[in-house]
Design a binder for this molecule. Sequence first.
Ligand code: GUN
Length: 284
Amino acid sequence: MAAKLIDGKVVSAKIRGEIREAAEAFKAERKRAPGLAVVRVGEDPASIVYVRNKLRACEEVGFYSESYELPEDTTQEELIALVERLNNDDKIHGILVQLPLPKHIDEARVVAAVAPEKDVDAFGKLDAGHLCLDEGNVLPCTPAGIMEMLKHYDIMVSGKECVVVGRSNIVGRPMAALLLAADGTVTIAHSRTPDLGAVTRRADILVAAVGRAGLITGDMVKPGAAVIDVGMNRNAEGKLCGDVDFDSVKEVAGYITPVPGGVGPMTITMLMRNTLYAAKTSAK
Ligand code: GUN
């Protein structure tokens, strides 16, 4: 294997240690813990795992947490009523509604219902606008976690060719904004990009965030590139795997993130960081 492994668990452990200490200081001063409410609707298997890991992380860093597991047939009005109740709950500094939501619920309406000061996913219009203007304090968790990993491994972004594959509001778009803010030369490729390999082969830093198992193969990667895999898929044998074909890419890349144990833990660590920020900046 030529590539060096980027270990999200190691970077996470270091940052979670710092968050835990800051949470202790917060508790001593404010007589309460930073509080996060996590809301899941329905039984999406990936969401069940993500939410469980988010609640465990709260325990690990000493946060107060509340978990709401609502049935699949919850109405949009019921969900928004819960979000509004949490908006007005002083114990709760951050609200996370796990996506995707069932088809009958308008995600944009629910995201918009979260009070901007409690929007620890940074999915709302205010945080998205700040991000585009390079003025963000609270950043979307997955892209922010990727930037922390690059920093930890001394992978310079400034002046580098960066290719992001995928244009979702959760990862692709905010990832491109953060790489641009760090002075990368950024290209966003997506499902309508004709010759994907020709684009990805330009990348010094390649971020794959499309949700297609094994989409990025070794022949699509520039030798020595840093390859970041955001995918979380199951292959034909039911094994967890990313968007990157690890076995062929690891022979070509300079750095590579594993799945699991790469981006996943970092996303959750950034959620803890955003919740701490929301708590510290709240009047309550
Ligand atoms: N679904 C996949 N990733 C995320 C995330 O970071 N936050 C939320 N709320 N839902 C997600």
